[in-house]
Design a protein around this ligand. Structure first.
Ligand code: ADP
Ligand code: MG
Length: 329
């Protein structure tokens, strides 16, 4: 029998979601129709958004926020999974990742509403218990209840989970290699068709220009970067970080310029990147090693950038990461 040549075709799919764009880059044998997959990917991220957005008053998360304390609220399974992960990382990070900062996010104008001074004062004055002490999850019965008023915000983890969903859905269509992303959260699956890893640029933390600080080579790993250089609001001459210090109820006063985390899932990478912005590099590097994360902290030191590296991928200075400055794509 004649063996058909299997020519690989490159596909680059994308769409709008969560105030950003999702992207999927992969190769499939000739004849593969990407249209149904594109629809399925768009549906999957729209589903994450419908469950976890704080911009939609009717999202499952906002229904839980609106429910009175002590009343069990039914939850869809994916929201349950993300809440479980968020609370676990909240615990593991010593409260640095805290999805209970929704009131502060809204007050400072990082959410759907305008900045509000009265709400800021209330957020700063509030005595906070970490979300994992307030929210009780009953995963067997897909329900949750709150032991006190709390405003939950999953914006520090939902995009990462959305990327994991892109990967799962594509796998269901037989896609065994590719690069999947929402905004700056990415996940590489398998290898490129030529057998080399996928390459991803870590941006220079500079809001004036877009350039690469380093190039990462990734195979079956997710990467997320949090930084102070992309999302902020101006307060006079000051730029306010959209990462909230849960101990204070306000934007981080000091943080690394950026934190890049490599983890098995994009959900974990996303949440940890936010958490490690809060802890900073000293405590953060120790936490990263304890939890087997690969992390690169970049901190400004005058005109220089100081690096702190944790985990095998960054500490061995393997050829996979090169720190030459290169223009970003
Ligand atoms: P970054 O990539 O800069 O971390 P993300 O999109 O991952 O940004 O998450 C930032 C969002 O996470 C904020 O806009 C806010 O909604 C939420 N958030 C802010 N601070 C925290 C925190 N300490 N723990 C959990 N979520 C937070
Ligand atoms: Mg995050």
């Amino acid at each position: 029998m004649l063996k058909m040549s299997t020519k690989l075709i490159r596909h680059a799919l994308s769409g709008a979601t969560m105030g950003a764009r999702w992207q999927a880059l992969f190769h499939m044998p000739q004849g593969f129709d990407p249209a149904p997959l594109a629809v399925a990917l768009q549906t999957a991220v729209a589903d994450v958004d419908a469950q976890m957005s704080t911009w939609r008053p009717d999202s499952a998360l906002m229904l839980l926020n609106a429910a009175p304390p002590e009343v069990w609220q039914p939850l869809p399974a994916r929201l349950m999974l993300v809440l479980q992960t968020a609370l676990a990382i909240g615990q593991a990070s010593g409260g640095a990742f805290d999805i209970g900062v929704g009131d502060a996010v809204t007050a400072w104008g990082f959410g759907a509403a305008q900045v509000n001074e009265t709400a800021i004062r209330a957020a700063l004055a509030r005595r906070r218990r970490p979300a994992q002490d307030v929210v009780e999850l009953d995963s067997a019965n897909l329900r949750a209840r709150k032991h006190g008023p709390i405003s939950l915000d999953l914006s520090g983890i939902a995009k990462g989970y959305g990327v994991d969903r892109l990967v799962e859905v594509a796998a269901g269509f037989g896609v065994t290699g590719g690069l999947f992303a929402i905004d700056g959260e990415l996940r590489a699956v398998g290898l490129q068709p030529d057998g080399t890893p996928w390459t991803v640029a870590i941006e220079r933390p500079d809001h004036h220009i877009r350039a690469a600080h380093a190039i990462l080579a990734l195979q079956d790993a997710a990467v997320a970067t949090s930084g102070d250089y992309r999302h902020w609001i101006s307060a006079g001459a000051k730029r306010l970080s959209h990462t909230i210090d849960p101990a204070r109820g306000g934007p981080l006063a000091r943080s690394p310029a950026s934190v890049t985390v490599i983890a098995a899932t994009c959900m974990a990478a996303d949440a940890w990147a936010t958490a490690l912005m809060v802890t900073g590099s000293t405590d953060g590097a120790a936490l990263a090693r304890k939890h087997n994360l690969d992390v690169l902290f970049l901190e400004r030191d005058g005109n220089d950038l100081r690096e702190t590296r944790a985990g095998q991928m960054f500490e061995t200075r393997s050829p996979q990461i090169s720190c030459a400055m290169q223009p970003s794509e």
